[in-house]
Design a protein around this ligand. Structure first.
Ligand SMILES: [Zn+2]
Length: 391
């Protein structure tokens, strides 16, 4: 059945927001028309809402399989403590409990108005639950291992895992956790249309490890008896170093976190990777390192920003709306319309789903969310704003 709904403002993500605009959609949520106030005078409106109508949200970076770790790791203890705790919990949590929490996380994502997720996979635990979800998934089969003699074993395991998922590519975990042999193995099996995701500059220790071959990260690897790659120290930052080892500039790339990236790092990304997305995970960054990336700088450099929640190990919930609220409060000079694009259409582009989601355009099925308790006059959210799924 077709429906026409109207709200105080409709954010289509193409063109200006429409005051008292409306959208028409079918039973599947496919957009049939977008109307301005005048056009709506000739139409029978099924429902008029107070608030902002916005397209469904895109969570560009998540680790659904870590959902079991919710509320089990202490905040603000740094990346080293975080990684050690996650590894401990991974080993000590039964598989049944892990699968149960993945199911719950999928329900939360739906309730939060999220229509697509970029999800990191180290195991096949999420493969089956995803088949029964209406959410679109871009799956990243993540590989790590800095001991060079494991490079072939690691890529073989990733290839076996890849066949269990749809819409997926094999990607490096981070700049620091692979040997040059393993980076090469990933490059050798890449297709140009594979999307890459890589954790970048999540801690200050990562920069020090590359620049000087010292610091907390270096010490951790030494303590674990890992083989420090020959390219360490490189006297350069992480991406400058690995760009000489793995060739991914023909691929769409999500650089995730960038919490300790500076202007030179962003300029390097701009110059080196033509299809780069800067994926920020505000609540996770606050949880682990108690800091945020230089978001205003990234915005001023006109980079394409998208937003992720990261896993429930490092955030209390998987709400993209919550991430938007953190950004709106921390960076009041950035317009809401811009942050909304990061949470919707930019994520859709980053994950390769923009043909169908991210904006209210005829023919798309983007999901429809309503943000209530808003400041209509100034087109802003308030401390009391909340989101409700309409379709
Ligand atoms: Zn992550």
């Amino acid at each position: 059945m077709k429906k026409i709904i109207q709200s105080d403002v409709v954010f289509t993500n193409i063109g200006d927001p429409i005051s008292n605009g409306g959208i028409e959609f079918d039973a599947n949520g496919k957009i049939l028309a977008v109307y301005n106030q005048e056009q709506l005078l000739q139409k029978k409106i099924d429902k008029k809402y107070k608030g902002f109508l916005v397209p469904g949200f895109v969570n560009s970076h998540c680790h659904l399989e870590l959902s079991f770790a919710v509320a089990r790791i202490e905040k603000n203890k740094g990346i080293n403590n975080f990684i050690e705790r996650v590894e401990f919990l991974k080993k000590s949590t039964p598989e049944k409990a892990k699968i149960e929490m993945i199911g719950k996380a999928l329900e939360i994502l739906k309730e939060e108005g999220i229509v697509a997720v970029g999800d990191i996979c180290n195991t096949e635990l999420t493969a089956n639950p995803k088949k029964f979800s209406s959410i679109k998934f871009r799956n990243f089969i993540e590989v790590y291992g800095i001991n060079s003699d494991l490079a072939n074993k690691k890529i073989d395991e990733a290839k076996k895992l890849k066949v269990k998922f749809e819409n997926c590519s094999i990607v490096p975990h981070s700049t620091y956790s692979l040997s040059s042999e393993l980076f090469k193995n990933i490059e050798n099996q890449l297709n140009n249309n594979d999307i890459i995701s890589i954790h970048n500059q999540e801690s200050a220790a990562e920069n020090e490890y590359f620049q000087k071959g010292s610091g907390e990260m270096f010490d951790r690897f030494k303590n674990w008896n890992l083989e420090i790659p020959k390219f360490i120290p490189s006297k350069e930052n992480p991406l400058q170093t690995i760009s000489k080892i793995i060739e991914i500039k023909d691929n769409s790339c999500l650089f995730v976190h960038n919490t300790f990236s500076e202007a030179a790092d962003f300029d390097f990304i701009n110059q080196t990777y033509p299809s780069a997305y800067i994926c920020i995970c505000p609540s996770s960054n606050l949880f682990i390192e108690n800091t945020l990336p230089k978001v205003e700088m990234i915005y001023q450099k006109a980079m394409t920003i998208c937003i992720g929640t990261d896993s429930l190990a490092s955030t209390d919930n998987l709400s993209l709306f919550n991430e938007m609220m953190i950004l709106i409060k921390a960076f009041p000079n950035i317009p809401f319309t811009e942050i909304l694009k990061w949470a919707t259409i930019n994520g859709g582009k980053a994950l390769g789903f923009a043909e169908d989601i991210g904006s209210f355009e005829v023919g798309k099925t983007p999901g429809i969310n309503l943000i209530e308790d808003v400041d209509v006059e100034n087109i802003r959210l308030t401390d009391y704003s909340f989101v409700r799924v309409i379709k």
